[in-house]
Design a protein around this ligand. Structure first.
Ligand code: SF4
Length: 291
């Protein structure tokens, strides 16, 4: 059965159809018989609930635009690739510990593996948890690529900042360019293999349990205690600015010569469960704690 999508924000139908097709393609890489290198990093509860209930949950197409743009960049790079002799858009798979693990090698050139993602400046600045996940995901991908014969000694995560604004360069912590490249620390082959084996064992251990018997995702994977500093003109309105540090909030008030504002400190707990987990409605942890 196919995944269902909603379009409450009324994005053009052509874009909605392309987003759905891209999402389905990625979903096919992760089912009962196979796992994707990236899904190994997910907690078993999240991966299994997503897989078991993917035809029940309805996803809003608008929320998938950033992921879709990341895929679109790789497709465009694949088309322009012939000049560089890079390897791009290549699907790999191998058997590890009896499991079929697949991986999508998006771009590889001169022993460097690259991934492009699209983010807003705010989430780039605050999403340390996502960066940690990317480090693990890219090392799993690197392991499958190495097993498939690619020499890799560098991994780059390139982040395209969709709302980057040149006039804000110079503000505390504001990125200097629309594209930020993060060098991901690369594990040696045996370390990667140990991590991949451990993740496969973990996913297999819970694969036959009922939904509510699978242990909750680890606290770190739920993105706990993210503290934000909100510059507010009025407690009833949306904050004028949401900052990651008190210094950044002070600087914003100073630079913009704001008067009569307050800085409200907001703690967001289990941010992933609250905002980003597509299977939360099937998760007993979320139902008990937040529903
Ligand atoms: S709601 Fe939270 S605990 Fe439940 S599967 Fe999603 S991320 Fe894990």
């Amino acid at each position: 059965m196919q995944k269902r999508f909603s379009n409450e924000k009324k994005i053009p139908h052509s874009l909605e159809a392309a987003i759905a097709s891209d999402y389905e393609k990625n979903l096919q890489m992760n089912n009962e018989d196979q796992m994707s290198a990236y899904s190994l990093v997910e907690d078993p509860k999240e991966r299994l609930l997503k897989m078991r209930h993917h035809d029940i949950n309805v996803l809003e197409s608008h929320n998938l635009i950033n992921a879709f743009l990341g895929s679109a960049i790789h497709i465009a790079m694949d088309k322009s690739n012939s000049k560089f002799n890079a390897v791009s858009d290549k699907h790999l798979h191998c058997y590890v510990h009896g499991s079929n693990i697949n991986a999508h090698l998006k771009y590889y050139f001169r022993e460097c593996l690259e991934e492009y993602i699209c983010e807003t400046v705010e989430s780039y600045k605050s999403n340390i948890f996502q960066i940690l996940d990317w480090s693990k995901k890219l090392n799993c991908l690197c392991y499958i690529a190495r097993r498939s014969g690619y020499n890799i000694n560098k991994i780059l995560l390139n982040i395209i900042l969709l709302d980057w604004d040149e006039s804000r360069v110079g503000e505390d912590g504001y990125p200097l360019s629309r594209v930020v490249s993060r060098n991901i620390s690369i594990m040696d082959f045996l370390e990667q293999e140990g991590y991949v084996f451990e993740r496969i064992r973990l996913h297999r251990r819970y694969a036959h349990l009922e939904d509510d018997k699978i242990p909750d995702c680890e606290a770190e994977q739920r993105w706990p205690d993210v503290i934000k500093y909100c510059v507010c003109r009025n407690s009833l309105q949306r904050p004028a600015k949401v900052c990651d540090t008190m210094e950044e909030a002070d600087q914003y008030i100073f630079t913009n010569r704001l008067k009569n504002v307050t800085i409200d400190i907001k703690t967001e707990k289990d941010l992933k469960c609250m905002k980003y987990c597509e299977c939360k409605k099937q998760c007993d942890f979320w139902i008990t704690k937040y529903n």
